[in-house]
Design a protein around this ligand. Structure first.
Ligand code: SF4
Ligand code: SF4
Length: 416
């Protein structure tokens, strides 16, 4: 991964035009220059010119959702999200991570029995730690819990986890591939919290003639660690996934998580591409990655069952799908094939506020960003909100719960 100083030339391309100010969800919420790409780049430049990298400076760097809206609108193509990731990595290299973050990353991102144990304890103690709500069958934290905070609506942990289910274990090395040899990269959101997305992905692919393989040894994609500035852990889990998926010789690797998809397609290059002997392996791997909506529409020409419509569905564009992968038409095409009538919402590609770890580092800011999204969903009047990222689903459910908007939130693939 490039060092922060290697971005100096790119940072100096900022002509302070302010175009990024009109699209940044954090500036729109906080209304301070420090909370847009121009302000963040100015702070990083000051640091490169010798100013101290203190906690106050880091607050602004940590409160970037990495949504990429600035990058897509910048006339000089400055990749602020990548520069922000590098600034976070530089800070962690110098100052280390808080012990709780180190513990959480270690236990969640690597195939540690601790993750399972921690989530099982949460399941057992859920009556004590959380209130149940009929809203989306979620749990609401009663007091300020580590990682979760207070008052947040979270999905009940999967029981068993997706990768531990007997029928998923049974297809971890199947030989009857069907049309194409395709692997499924699951990701933590689906594995630990929203296994129904994984079940739907396997079902829809099988209906389309693909007997997908789900490698058991896969681990987290690495982006949570990288977002926290922990490059070492990110590198380790990314290398592990590369090794696991290489062994199978897949023709395609499909994911139903927009964030995992962006990480596997692009961030792998940033983190591992310049490591000795890795360039070609990484290129070969990233070339095979497909988002499920992209794969179904572009390569399998998927068509659903036409029939009577049950209600209205709208669509939220995950930043990591629309901006970073250029995928926006495919999920909408699939929704036209679903048993719902499609109705667009205002500003569907505005960030939901979850990204960049902001929902963990500043939950209040993250929820304020999500408020506008909840209003747009309410105005649209849809019964169902579909999206293509488990992280966005968790965030949207929480935002709709807090604003009493009774729309169900699902992944596109669950409606097929
Ligand atoms: S749009 Fe680009 S060049 Fe203009 S102020 Fe923002 S980062 Fe700088
Ligand atoms: S990535 Fe998003 S939140 Fe971060 S500076 Fe750019 S527009 Fe703002």
């Amino acid at each position: 991964m490039k060092e922060l100083r290697d971005y100096r030339e790119e940072i100096e391309r900022c002509v302070r035009c302010g175009t990024c100010r009109s699209v940044c969800p954090t500036l729109d919420t906080v209304r301070r220059e420090s909370h847009c790409a121009r302000g963040r780049l100015a702070l990083i430049e000051a640091y490169l010119n010798g100013e101290e990298l203190g906690e106050r400076y880091m607050k602004y760097i940590k409160e970037c959702t990495l949504c990429g809206a600035c990058y897509s609108s910048c006339p000089n193509e400055i990749n602020t999200p990548e520069i922000v990731l590098s600034a976070r990595a530089e800070y962690v290299k110098k100052n280390g991570l808080p012990p709780l973050t180190t513990f959480t990353l270690k236990s969640l991102l690597e195939p540690a029995p601790l993750t399972k144990l921690a989530l099982r304890v949460v399941t057992k103690l859920k009556g004590l730690l959380f209130k149940s709500t009929s809203f989306e069958n979620g749990l609401v934290s009663r007091f300020s819990l580590p990682v979760v905070g207070e008052g947040r609506l979270v999905p009940e942990p999967a029981d068993p986890f997706f990768l531990d289910r007997a029928h998923i274990r049974a297809i971890s090395d199947r030989k009857d591939y069907g049309k194409l040899k395709v692997g499924f990269f699951v990701g933590c959101g689906i594995n630990y919290l929203l296994p129904s997305i994984g079940e739907s992905t396997v079902r829809v692919l099988e209906q389309a003639g693909i007997n997908v393989v789900v490698p058991q040894e896969q681990v987290c994609c690495g982006i949570p660690a990288l977002s926290m500035g922990d490059t070492r852990t990110a590198k380790r889990v990314m290398s592990k996934n590369l090794e696991v998926f290489e062994q199978y010789g897949f023709e395609r690797i499909v994911t139903s998580c927009a964030t995992c998809g962006h990480t596997l397609k692009s961030i792998f290059r940033v983190v591992l591409g310049n490591e000795p002997g890795m360039k070609e392996r990484v290129e070969e791997f990233t070339r095979k990655i497909r988002d499920i909506t992209e794969f179904l529409v572009d390569e399998l020409d998927y068509s659903g069952q036409k029939g009577e419509k049950k209600g209205v569905v709208t669509y939220h564009d995950p930043c990591h799908l629309r901006r970073f992968q250029g995928i926006s038409e495919q999920p909408r095409r699939l929704l036209e094939e679903s048993p719902y009538e499609f109705r667009g919402m205002k500003n569907p590609c505005r960030c939901c506020g979850l990204g960049g770890g902001v929902s963990l580092t500043n939950y209040e800011l993250s929820m304020k960003i999500a408020e506008r999204k909840a209003e747009n969903i309410k105005r649209c009047g849809a019964d169902v909100v579909a999206t293509a990222c488990p992280g966005c689903i968790v965030q949207l459910k929480d935002a709709l719960y807090h604003h009493n908007v009774r729309a169900k939130v699902v992944h596109v693939v669950e409606l097929l």
